[in-house]
Write a protein that binds this ligand. Structure first.
Ligand SMILES: Nc1ncnc2c1ncn2[C@@H]1O[C@H](COP(=O)(O)OP(=O)(O)OP(=O)(O)O)[C@@H](O)[C@H]1O
Ligand SMILES: [Mg+2]
Length: 347
């Protein structure tokens, strides 16, 4: 009994000391109105009690250590943003426990927001018509960042990226890449323990993506900031994340090292072929099984090829493959289950 109490105490202590985020069996349901079509339907909806429940997050347990960069992946509607909203305190879980920086986010939302930073893809959090440096000063005052820490942070920014061209520019005059860069710098300014980045490289060109990735990497390394990154870009994941969590239909379906994932998918590429009529054909190739050049040559014999591209496999394709693998292993488990039962019956 005594031993049990000690272990429990130690576990709680560990959660607070080493983990930035702990989720235990977290679920989130949304109750939404069943909408009916047409004018009659809309009027009916006004008085309707016809609700249905959507389970956006289903029994997700997760521990994220300080300083980790996690790739939080999943197809559209998987529940990524809902999870992040629970972590930031915007939403309350329907059931389960969630601790962020040792706080229950929805109960201590203000306190929690002092220790986190957030960047949402194409939506800037900055003051549109203010030069960036003015936004920085406002954020410094809002978060009560000591002057010395603020100056040090600006110095760190200068060492990681060329901020001079954007510092005196109003956000509305910036390119998408400059705006994203500014948003990331703003999110880190008060030195939060955790930063949530929702699709930070969406719509950016290759060189800007590289700049953003190395900035995130540099800030994480210097400040030991925990980073939760959602992205559909496997290049982001490859450059930044040691660990990957994948959710689909609200359920966690994968949580492991990137190396583990690569051992499955490192050899997969997407081959894109442009035909004479300008239509693109896409095909995922496993280079351990097929030679890309062979595939191209074979195609060329069949029809004229105008252009080819070879790309990294996308996160969606990786997820699809994980599913295929797990479905296959479930199938074989079911087969062996049946075989075992048969054996038992015969014994
Ligand atoms: N406020 C809400 N009310 C009702 N349903 C919601 C609400 N927010 C999200 N949902 C539903 O919950 C599910 C998960 O949505 P969520 O936004 O978390 O997905 P996501 O993984 O962030 O997707 P995406 O990649 O498209 O951003 C979806 O079915 C969505 O329609
Ligand atoms: Mg989302």
């Amino acid at each position: 009994m005594k031993k049990h109490t000690f272990r429990k105490h130690k576990l709680e202590g560990t959660d607070k000391m080493e983990n930035a985020i702990v989720m235990k069996n977290v679920c989130k349901d949304f109750k939404i109105l069943n909408r009916h079509e047409g004018l009659k339907g809309s009027i009916r909806d006004l008085f309707s009690r016809d609700y249905k429940t959507i389970s956006a997050v289903k029994d997700v347990s997760l521990e994220i250590a300080r300083g980790e960069i996690i790739g939080y992946l999943g197809p559209n509607g998987a529940g990524k943003s809902t999870t992040i909203k629970m972590m930031t305190g915007v939403l309350e879980p329907t059931s389960g426990e969630i601790m962020v920086n040792g706080l229950v986010p929805y109960k201590e939302r203000t306190k929690n927001s002092e220790r986190i930073g957030v960047v949402f893809g194409q939506r800037s959090q900055l003051w549109w018509s203010l030069p960036l440096i003015e936004s920085f000063r406002l954020l410094r005052d809002i978060y009560m960042v000591p002057k010395k820490d603020y100056e040090e942070m600006l110095e760190l920014y200068r060492s990681l990226v060329d901020i001079e061209p954007i510092l005196h520019k109003p956000v509305r005059q910036m390119s998408l890449g400059q705006r994203t860069l500014s948003d990331i710098l703003a999110a880190f300014l008060h030195n939060p323990a955790i930063v949530f980045l929702d699709e930070p490289t969406i719509g950016l060109d290759v060189s800007m993506k590289a700049k953003i990735r190395s900035l995130i990497q540099g800030l994480n390394a210097e400040k030991n900031t925990t980073v939760i990154l959602t992205t559909h870009d496997m290049g982001d994941v490859d450059a930044l994340c040691k660990r990957i969590v994948i959710i689909d239909e609200g359920k966690k379906i994968y949580d492991n090292d990137i190396e583990h994932l690569k051992s499955y998918f490192g050899s997969y590429r997407t081959l894109r072929i442009r035909h004479a009529d300008d239509t693109w054909e896409e095909r995922v190739i496993d280079e351990t099984k097929e030679d890309v050049m062979d595939v191209i040559m074979k195609k060329q014999k069949e029809q004229k090829i105008k252009d080819i591209q070879l790309q990294e496999i996308s996160t969606e394709e990786v997820i699809k493959k994980i599913y295929e693998n797990s479905a296959a292993s479930k199938e074989s488990a079911a087969v062996s289950d049946v075989a075992e039962k048969k054996e038992e019956a015969t014994v």
